[in-house]
Design a protein around this ligand. Structure first.
Ligand SMILES: Cc1cc2nc3c(=O)[nH]c(=O)nc-3n(C[C@H](O)[C@H](O)[C@H](O)COP(=O)(O)OP(=O)(O)OC[C@H]3O[C@@H](n4cnc5c(N)ncnc54)[C@H](O)[C@@H]3O)c2cc1C
Ligand code: SF4
Length: 481
């Protein structure tokens, strides 16, 4: 917590190369900012959307579970947590056992209980839907069990006896944390290198604050530290230490570097003050006190994925009066999950479907508006998505002080190309085999830098699978206790 506060006050360091002006104060005032709210209003607006269950609620919810054989909820979870087993342990008040079941399958079970899109994973598969009943609240039950062990400082795992092998993980996001924890349990001497001041990757710097605060992500990292994993923060591999040097020092290396900057829009006016990348903006709400985060009175967000929802909801909750979500396709094509869309609707976001930005308009170097035009949907592209075509003569202007790009993150291709032998797909993601081994046999990879950007639970599953790959490749060495 001290580290978080120190970081917040200093307001600098951070992944300055993830987004150029990341964590720097806004360079000049926005033309008009939303009026500041009362401190209690910020707290209310960013309060957890899925608050913790109390013991009575947890007992009632656990008792509803049918403890299905071949449970579809477990199959639907990318880390295959034994859901009926952990729920049964809650029902019998064995919370430590329940947390052990969860965390053995997924060391980030704490954050996954808060941030997983459960409605499309475990809860989406729950048999209760067939009975036309509410699915079991698996995410909240999971959180209930894991909160118990974290709140009570109960140690869950111990490092395995040292096996004489050294492994490095590049990045301290969910993928690396999961990989490192597995390897440490088998006796590997593991070091994580991360360029941020704080560990946790996007769990700390990205995911909406009303789902999980940065301090929750940091608390979870303690579980990995307990396993003896060493953290070297503020070290960017490829800049502060070369990949070749890491290759020399370690027996195996896991690449969990995630993705990079938000894509640009190639629009005139994009250089104006008041145009930001989505992660740059969302990260401020995670690592700065909320009342210090500046937001325009009117905001336009370009894109309609889950990250765009995080942007528009954050802007509204910080006090922006009008927030537009601009998407060149229609509502049916929106990539955000239904649940996320509903959140933005509840926050009275204005959705502009079949609309595309043309240019950002400025005055004295700052944003004062955005020009848009309407689109019609043409034939499908090779991914089956209908191609939007601008309709000439439909231009219109919105008065806004802030424009946020939320059109996906770029892969960090330049950095990855610096690793000898590692090959990339056309879209810049890392090529791996079934062991998650790259073209350079010492390097394994997983998480967003391989899957192109999915969920925390996918990154965890891939990190764990890479740990198994590393262990198998090195002949599963085991130390003597
Ligand atoms: C705004 C936003 C909201 C999201 N919301 C959700 C959500 O609600 N639920 C959900 O499940 N998922 C969500 N996701 C997705 C989820 O955060 C990612 O899938 C997950 O964090 C990927 O984990 P990772 O370890 O692969 O990468 P990251 O979390 O990106 O971690 C990579 C780490 O590597 C570091 N790094 C990069 N290069 C180097 C280098 N050369 N040297 C040292 N360190 C380096 C980075 O600084 C970072 O700390 C969201 C993503 C975004 C962008
Ligand atoms: S599918 Fe639903 S009812 Fe069955 S075990 Fe999973 S959570 Fe319980």
């Amino acid at each position: 917590m001290a580290a978080l506060q120190a970081f917040t006050r200093a307001g600098s360091v951070g992944p300055a190369r993830l987004c150029d002006s990341e964590f720097e104060p806004f360079p000049m005032p926005l033309r008009e900012t939303a009026p500041k709210l009362l401190p209690e209003e910020y707290e209310k607006n960013f309060a957890e959307i899925a608050p913790a269950l109390n013991p009575r609620q947890a007992a009632i919810e656990a008792a509803r579970c049918l403890y299905c054989f071949d449970a579809p909820c477990t199959i639907a979870c990318p880390t295959h947590i034994d859901v009926p087993a952990f729920i049964k342990k809650i029902a019998t008040n064995n919370l430590t056992g329940s947390a052990r079941t969860i965390l053995s399958a997924n060391i980030l079970g704490h954050s996954c209980g808060r941030v997983c899109p459960t409605e499309v994973l475990c809860e989406g598969a729950c048999v209760m839907h067939e009975k036309e009943e509410m699915p079991i609240e698996i995410g909240r039950l999971q959180r209930y069990a894991v909160d118990y062990v974290l709140d009570n400082g109960i140690r869950m795992f111990h490092a395995g006896a040292l096996n004489g092998k050294k492994a490095a993980c590049i990045g301290a996001g969910p993928a690396s944390l999961a990989c490192a924890a597995e390897l440490a349990k088998w006796g590997y001497d593991v070091t994580i290198f991360d360029r941020n001041e704080l560990p946790g990757g996007l769990n700390t710097y990205g995911i909406a604050a009303y789902k999980a605060r940065a301090k929750d992500a940091i608390r979870e990292v303690e579980l990995v530290k307990q396993l003896g994993v060493k953290f070297r923060q503020k070290i960017e591999v490829g800049r502060d230490i070369s990949f070749a040097e890491i290759e020399k020092q370690f027996d195996a290396i896991f690449i969990g570097v995630g993705l990079g900057e938000t894509w640009g829009l190639s629009l005139p006016g994009e250089e104006l003050h008041g145009v930001y990348g989505a992660i740059e903006f969302v990260a401020k709400t995670k690592v700065h006190p909320l009342h210090e985060v500046e937001v325009g009175a009117r905001v336009a967000c370009i894109g309609a994925g889950n990250t765009a929802i995080d942007v528009v909801t954050a802007a509204r909750r910080l006090g922006a009066d009008t927030v537009y979500l601009i998407y060149r396709r229609g509502e049916p094509e929106m990539p955000a999950f239904e649940y996320e869309y509903q959140l933005a609707k509840q926050d009275a976001v204005v959705f502009l479907w079949q609309t595309q930005p043309v240019r950002v308009i400025g005055e004295n170097g700052a944003v004062i508006g955005i020009e848009c035009m309407r689109t019609k949907l043409g034939p499908p592209d090779d991914r089956g998505r209908r191609i939007p075509e601008a309709i000439p003569g439909t231009e219109f202007t919105l008065e806004v002080e802030m424009v946020v790009r939320a059109v996906g993150q770029q892969p960090v291709t330049e950095q990855l190309r610096a690793i000898e032998g590692v090959q990339l797909h056309k879209n810049g993601t890392v090529k791996v085999n079934e062991r998650r081994q790259t073209g350079n046999p010492k390097f394994f990879a997983g998480g967003d830098c391989v899957n192109g950007g999915k969920e925390v639970v996918d990154a965890v599953a891939e990190g764990m699978s890479a740990a198994s790959g590393i262990d198998a490749w090195l002949g599963a060495p085991r130390g003597k206790a």
